[in-house]
Design a protein around this ligand. Sequence first.
Ligand code: UDP
Length: 243
Amino acid sequence: EPGGPAPRRVLLKLSGEALAGGGGVGIDPAELSRLAGEIAAVARLGAQVGVVVGGGNLLRGAGLEAAGLAAAGVDRVTGDHMGMLATVMNALAMRAALRRHGVEGRVLSALQVEHLTEPASPDRALRHLAKGRVVFFAAGTGNPFFTTDSAAALRAIEISAGLLLKATKVDGVYSDDPVRNPQARRYERLGFDEALERRLGVMDLTAMELCRQHGMPVRVFDVTVPGNLERVMRGEPLGTLVE
Ligand code: UDP
């Protein structure tokens, strides 16, 4: 891995926030187009790219609960269902933007949305990937109380990706919060055990535990820097490799 190109098949985890640009909410047209362009570029290099998209830019189940909607009957489970549908909306936008860049995509949803998406199945995903289509996995795991990070771990393992790329807005995993602690240092490599033990904010614990159990390496990198996705795919050791 160090120096060598990234594996041919990868799973990219893109949070909803990444689509929102600076504002944090909604879909920013410039960011949507830039990210789609970057995904199109790596697909053109011959990489098989699966993408798990989050939904936090539109809606979070826990956020609804916190906003007091539970009192009106919109409980956490309903909120999570809504959150999963938010990821479907993001995936549809991503696929459309990708097409604008000349690359085909398919949306596979863990919840049945039959007019707009296809059912999520590993075989179906692999068939699309083999044809050069980018596969957007939507609706997370299909279950409340999970996150799209866990869905990313699950899908990466299901399609036997060589690497899970966790796109963030920081350039890797730090020993402490680099904003509050100037002594904090960035890891170039990090073991799952240490990441779990020290609760270093890579992904949630369920996602991390799945990756650890199945030996799925995770590269945490800064997707807000234009060109970084392609750099990672070309083998540049950006960010932090957790393995
Ligand atoms: N969600 C869920 N089950 C899943 C994945 C997501 O219920 O398997 C819901 C949950 O409400 C979550 C929302 O969808 O808050 C959006 O997902 P997430 O917060 O993971 O998005 P991200 O932070 O990546 O934008």
